[in-house]
Write a protein that binds this ligand. Structure first.
Ligand code: NDP
Length: 387
């Protein structure tokens, strides 16, 4: 692979760590322009020194002095604040990895897209909240969106981009999460630790809870709707507990193409970092004989209502997905803080999408406004359910 420059937004998170692991294995091939975090100064400073980044940015301005002190004498510039985050995203780099969690990642990811960057997008909430705004900006600027999410990366690899009309269905696989076989009573009593104990993937707390409610799969359907030219009716979910097949694309002749691999985010991240080339990754190779069997089952919409809520938001379009996402972020944060029960998450999302009217959205400002309204309504719904 040729040498490249890279910026990692959300460098201190799970996807960020996997990205830096790959970069650290071939340091001569990478020039790291900028690494960003919210406020985890210790981890950010260690990472910035390890990969000799030119710039480190914390979104939270109150963390600036600590970052400056941690980088003193290294020659690495420090910056802070939301504007600095967008400036870092917009600055030239061959590839920008968008790995901030939540709608907070939207402005910097959009800034990179508006610059015409190649953006490796893990931050699915950006596409869920503002998919139309982001894809329109990409079409105008010539930006390339490469999906990091393992399912979308799989679809990207087997999708006939030149002939999308030949695709009949996209089937997104789901592990089923830690509560795939749990009773409703067990789910009602589930703790944050249990919800975050994913059976296959090791991920950040928010996406782990989303995987447990299956909201993650709903967000992924919306993400797929924006990344690939298919109608909502062409998108399906199948539960596949082994997480070996990362998704399927079905064609008009009945052929189904899939991408397989061990569940290690370094495979899809490496695909995006090297695109359109390929790079070696240390991901374990798939041992098919040891895997023995691949199983598939339909999702249980009764125990996992979040999936249906997300499908409804996708079909409604406009600001509906942004409202769903904002409510989910508020509810998941309250669940992780021990304030509400696991089943309250989907209930709060349902209350919020019922209370906030969806409308067309065409700009970042409109998305930010509806996101704020939905967060306030969801916070009220959360307060009513607080135990
Ligand atoms: P983590 O929670 O592990 O990391 C989140 C990152 O975002 C951290 O660097 C964090 O900084 C930063 N951050 C958090 N809040 C803000 C904010 N307000 N402003 C700026 N930066 C912020 O998340 P993951 O790595 O698990 O997930 C990142 C994204 O990738 C999510 O959208 C997720 O859905 C998606 N994804 C993740 C996968 C995984 O395997 N983890 C797989 C597929 C998709 P700090 O450390 O300072 O808080």
């Amino acid at each position: 692979m040729t040498s490249r420059s890279v910026t990692v937004l959300g460098a201190t998170g799970s996807v960020g760590a996997s990205t830096l692991d790959l970069i650290g294995r071939e340091p001569d091939r990478w020039r790291v322009e900028a690494l960003t975090a919210n406020c985890d100064v210790d981890r950010l400073a260690v990472a910035a020194k390890a990969v000799r980044a030119k710039l480190a940015v914390v979104a939270d301005e109150s963390c600036y002095n600590a970052l400056k002190d941690a980088l003193a004498g290294t020659g690495i510039k420090a910056a802070a604040g939301k504007q600095a985050l967008c400036d870092a995203a917009r600055a030239p780099a061959d590839v920008v990895v968008a790995a901030i969690v939540g709608a907070a990642g939207l402005p910097p990811t959009l800034a990179a897209v508006e610059r015409g960057a190649t953006v490796a997008i893990a931050n699915k909430e950006t596409l869920v909240c503002a998919g139309d705004v982001v894809t329109r900006a990409a079409a105008q600027s010539g930006a390339t969106l490469l999906p990091v999410d393992s399912e979308h990366n799989a679809i990207f690899q087997v999708f006939d981009h030149a002939h999308p009309e030949r695709v009949t269905r996209i089937i997104v696989t789901a592990s089923g999460g830690p509560f795939r076989t749990a009773s409703e009573a067990e789910m009602r009593a589930a703790t944050p630790a249990q919800a975050c104990k994913h059976p296959v993937w090791s991920m950040g707390a928010k996406i782990s809870v989303d995987s447990a409610t299956l909201m993650n799969k709903g967000l992924e359907l919306i993400e797929a709707h924006h990344l690939f030219p298919v109608a909502p009716e062409q998108l399906e979910v199948i539960v596949h507990p082994q997480s070996v097949v990362h998704s399927f694309v079905e064609y008009i002749d009945g052929s189904m193409l899939a991408q397989l691999g061990t569940p290690d985010m370094r495979t899809p991240i490496g695909y995006c970092l090297a695109w359109p080339e390929r790079m070696a990754t240390p991901s374990a190779r798939l041992d098919l004989a040891a895997t023995a069997s691949l199983t598939f089952e339909a999702p249980d919409h009764a125990r996992f209502p979040a999936l249906g809520l997300a499908v409804a938001a996708m079909k409604a379009g406009g600001s509906a997905p942004a409202i769903l996402n904002a409510a989910n972020e508020i509810a998941v944060a309250a669940f992780l803080a021990g304030e509400i029960g696991f089943l309250d998450i989907a209930a709060i999302v349902a209350d919020t999408v019922a209370a906030v009217a969806a409308a067309p959205v065409s700009s970042l400002d409109e998305v930010v406004a509806i996101d704020g309204t939905a967060r306030r309504v969801a916070a009220d719904a959360t307060a009513r359910r607080r135990s």
